[in-house]
Design a binder for this molecule. Structure first.
Ligand SMILES: Cc1cc2nc3c(=O)[nH]c(=O)nc-3n(C[C@H](O)[C@H](O)[C@H](O)COP(=O)(O)OP(=O)(O)OC[C@H]3O[C@@H](n4cnc5c(N)ncnc54)[C@H](O)[C@@H]3O)c2cc1C
Length: 391
């Protein structure tokens, strides 16, 4: 694996001993995963549960949650540093770990003590893997349009509907699911969005179509289907009608995670591009060529660092107890756009070698495209930012 010079420590402010120790842990972990393993998880579209469990054993599965629930009690900037490193070099564990933490957040914030003990503790150890079920075939950006329904019958909620593009969907043990809660006896499908914790083994739960996507492969992304799925009353998460609040509260932090992964992608593409151009220079490029290449490379470094500053700032605000949804949206938008641009231009700069899988840029290029779409498209993020400005 290539080592980077423009590391996060080098350019962007000071870090605590604890933050640096998490970064070291992530780098050590990533070093043990070979390039051929990283390539195989993508090519074969296979989820590496073993790597996920190994990461959890090292305390990464619940890094920002308190030890009471098995967590490591770390701060959000440490989690961002870890995600950045995994985005740069260790993709097979990156997205599932990010979503896993995304799923613990609503249980930690809205769950009962019983739910916390039942789900957070095994999630921290890696025994349970979490997934997040919001998107539906007819409800992506417009979350209010979801059609999955829930009805209380006796001591169970009965869920019906389909969720799509669910990361870790085919491998998870529990799912945070948003559904419209119908009044008993209601004929219409109008209802207030409510959250539930659904286990893979619940009656009426099924894995649907699996996706063979352009990017973000190797994360068991698929549909999940509820066919009169029986969810015990004890698995209601938050109050009736609080589903959007539950979902959106965790997505704000999730967007910082995505931003951190994306600066890892940008850095990974930049590292590989730098390394290749260095070889070209050694092979004797003319000075005119070299000047053009250097200008373009310098610009990619500026872009990467600017996205990093925004991302760390958003994470630091979370740690200061002043989390900003708007700043998280800015970081996600900027970092994913920068990752896409750096990967694209890095391929152009390198030429044909940039399309070979052995320097990872082409994987980053495909993954970064998905990054601009999931957890809220960048167009939607820009609208949220504008709405905040105009209010
Ligand atoms: C790799 C991957 C993993 C994912 N993992 C998960 C997961 O784990 N859980 C989950 O619930 N979902 C997941 N998703 C789904 C993801 O969150 C949605 O794709 C995303 O919210 C966008 O929804 P959509 O694709 O239906 O696009 P749409 O909402 O149909 O949007 C299509 C286009 O229209 C634009 N648009 C939509 N509405 C407006 C508007 N009002 N104004 C202006 N433009 C608009 C959008 O920006 C976009 O360009 C994943 C997606 C991907 C690609």
């Amino acid at each position: 694996m290539l080592e980077t010079k423009a590391t996060s420590q080098g350019q962007t402010g000071k870090f605590t001993e604890e933050q640096l120790s998490w970064l070291k842990k992530a780098k050590d972990f990533a070093r043990r995963v070979s390039l051929s393993e990283v390539m195989a998880s993508d090519r074969e579209n296979v989820f590496r549960r073993d790597l996920f469990e190994a990461a959890c054993k090292e305390g990464m599965g619940a890094l920002p949650f308190p030890p009471t629930y098995g967590g490591s009690g770390g701060d959000y900037l440490s989690f961002a540093l870890l995600n950045e490193e995994f985005g740069r070099t260790c993709m097979p564990v990156m997205s599932s770990l990010g979503v896993h933490v995304l799923c613990q957040e609503p249980i930690y914030r809205f769950g009962t003590e019983e739910q916390k003990q039942k789900y957070l503790v095994p999630a921290a150890s890696g025994k349970y893997l979490g997934a997040f079920g919001l998107t539906e075939p007819n409800a992506g950006s417009d979350t209010a349009a979801i059609e999955t329904t829930a009805k209380l019958e006796g001591d169970h909620y009965i869920l019906n509907g389909t969720k799509t593009f669910i990361t870790s969907g085919a491998s998870a043990d529990f799912y945070i699911v948003m559904a419209k809660l119908l009044e008993p006896g209601a004929e219409s499908k109008k209802g207030n969005i409510t959250s539930f914790i659904v286990e893979r083994g619940f009656e009426g739960f099924a894995i649907g179509q699996k996706f063979d996507m352009l990017g973000m492969r190797g994360y068991s992304t698929c549909e999940i289907v509820f066919n009169d799925c029986r969810v015990p009353q004890a698995n209601l998460l938050g109050a009736h009608g609080e589903g959007r609040k539950v979902a959106l509260s965790s997505l704000a932090k999730g967007r910082i995670t995505i931003a951190a992964q994306s600066i890892g992608w940008a850095q990974g593409a930049l590292d590989a591009c730098t390394e290749t151009l260095r070889r070209y220079y050694l092979d004797g490029l003319t000075s005119a060529d070299a000047a053009g290449q250097a200008l373009a490379l310098g610009n990619l470094a500026v872009l990467t660092e600017s996205a990093r500053v925004l991302t760390y700032q958003a994470a630091r605000l979370v740690d200061a107890g002043e989390a900003s949804v708007t700043l998280a949206a800015m970081a996600k938008t900027q970092a994913t756009d920068v990752a896409m641009r750096v990967a694209t231009e890095a391929i152009s700069l390198i030429g044909i070698d940039g399309l070979k899988p052995d320097i990872l840029i082409e994987r980053i290029f495909r993954d970064a495209k998905a990054g601009q779409i999931y957890e809220g498209t960048n167009q939607i993020q820009r609208m949220l930012i504008a709405r905040d400005l105009l209010k």
